[in-house]
Ligand binder design. Structure first.
Ligand SMILES: *[C@@H]1O[C@H](CO)[C@@H](O)[C@H](O)[C@H]1NC(C)=O
Ligand SMILES: *[C@@H]1O[C@H](CO)[C@H](O)[C@H](O)[C@H]1NC(C)=O
Length: 428
């Protein structure tokens, strides 16, 4: 069986530009959740906060499209695809993978998904059409809209001629992209894959829709930094976020032959479905439990070996509780840890909110850096674990990062529609 390792990381997040910078700020306990009140279009909505990517120059950790895109690309690419491009450039640079030989270009592929894509383009084009008719529809409308165009643009920019693919599985997108791309390497479709997720739909319609589904935090508009509180007893919904996460996945011998730095091995991938409800999780946590069990069994790893779980936990009442139940079922007991407090289990969403289709990829990057740097990243805003209190007795790494060696870690992602995925990474 061909083995798959991670050799490069790239990210655009509410904490800033770059995987390393985002990680550093996460470990320092900084928050990327901000008020949207300075933008008039949000002022009638129940939730007026978001994890927005900060604007500015790259050297100051900010986003400025001109530093990443070729002339004309800003018109051709929706914002989620622009973020994907920047994160891909960083990840390829980090991996030192800049192939020029035809054989290498043909064995390098791209797999980048998005949960929602460009709502902005849909809405604006619909309004223009309503007002001005057919002639008002831009010839770039469809290419900006299509979710797989993030992968398309990255493959065009670098000349990668291997697989060119995209998942769109709501909030599981990023994790599915990594897991599916790894399987393409295992099957021999490619030796290197640029894989991840991107999202940018901080739009009044998206906020209205998620608020109507009663998924968003709405009581924290005056105090954005404290709104996203995974596992806390006062959690009351997620905070929408944007960004992109990209990793370079590479066949082990290929990576070793060129002396690449290896962050960790992607050793397991588990996928399952709740088969239960459009948006609500099963209380017993069966879907996520099955995903984690499959991830561990495909890695050939026992539950007691798991040092760290990077949670999907979005700060919703039911979702966090159901994942908590699932993780404890998996990791506590004769084959796992003796007591719940030995289970190290944190959610980065306290700091960045929920990046939807990018969440799984950005959080996989944090999980990889947790292994690489031997640090457990904190769950921000966790004042009182609970609701119900008795059940929330793991080590959620409240507020402050903890130093601890991590050899085996799981990264969870769950999405509307009941789709669940878990990635298993092991130190190499
Ligand atoms: C969890 O982290 C703590 C340090 O914060 C450590 O003492 C403990 O051994 C860890 N548990 C596991 C299972 O690695
Ligand atoms: C599995 O995925 C979906 C979406 O969130 C579910 O609705 C469910 O939340 C997941 N399982 C759990 C219990 O978290």
């Amino acid at each position: 069986m061909r083995r798959v390792v991670v050799t490069g990381l790239g990210a655009v997040t509410p904490l800033g530009l770059g995987a390393r910078l985002s990680w550093k700020r996460l470990i320092e306990g900084q928050s990327g959740v901000r008020s949207l009140r300075d933008r008039k279009i949000f002022d009638k909505l129940p939730s007026q906060i978001a994890g927005t990517v900060p604007l500015g120059l790259k050297e100051h950790g900010g986003w400025n499209a001109k530093e990443w895109l070729l002339p004309g690309d800003e018109r051709k690419m929706a914002l989620f695809a622009q973020y994907a491009m920047a994160a891909s450039m960083e990840a390829l640079d980090d991996a030192g993978w800049k192939p020029t030989k035809e054989k290498d270009l043909e064995s390098t592929g791209v797999y980048i998904g998005s949960g929602i894509g460009s709502l902005d383009d849909v809405v604006n084009t619909a309004l223009d059409y309503e007002k001005g008719g057919y002639k008002k529809v831009s010839p770039l409308f469809v290419p900006r809209l299509l979710i797989n165009l993030a992968a398309g643009h990255v493959s065009m920019r670098f000349g990668f001629k291997g697989p060119n693919h995209a998942a769109t599985t709501a909030c599981t997108t990023g994790a599915h992209a990594l897991g599916d791309a790894a399987r393409m390497i295992m099957f021999g479709d490619a030796n290197v894959m640029v894989a991840g997720g991107a999202e940018s739909c901080i739009h009044p319609l998206a906020i209205a829709g998620f608020a109507r589904a009663r998924s968003l935090a709405t009581e924290w508009n005056d105090d954005p930094e404290h709104a996203s509180r995974p596992f806390d007893r006062d959690r009351a919904g997620f905070v929408i976020g944007e960004g992109a996460g990209i990793v370079i996945l590479e066949e082990l011998e290929h990576a070793e032959a060129r002396g690449a730095r290896i962050y960790a091995e992607l050793s397991g991938y588990g996928i399952s479905s709740d088969a239960y409800h459009m948006t609500a999780p099963r209380e017993d946590g069966r879907g996520p439990l099955m995903a984690m069990q499959k991830a561990l069994s495909s890695a050939g790893i026992e539950p007691h070996c798991v040092d760290y779980v990077n949670a999907h936990a979005t700060s919703t009442l039911l979702g966090d509780a159901s994942e908590n139940t699932a993780v404890k079922k998996l990791l506590l007991g004769p084959f796992g840890q003796q007591k719940a407090s030995d289970i190290n289990f944190s959610s980065s969403k306290g700091a960045i909110g929920h990046l939807l289709g990018a969440a799984g990829a950005v959080e996989a990057i944090f999980t990889l850096l947790s292994i690489h740097d031997s640090i457990l990243p904190p769950t921000l805003n966790l004042d009182n674990p609970g609701n119900p209190m008795a059940d929330f007795n793991c080590n959620y790494v409240p507020k402050v990062a903890q130093q601890h060696g991590v050899d085996v870690a799981l990264s969870n992602s769950f999405g509307f529609g009941g789709t669940n995925a878990s990635l298993c990474f092991t130190s190499f």
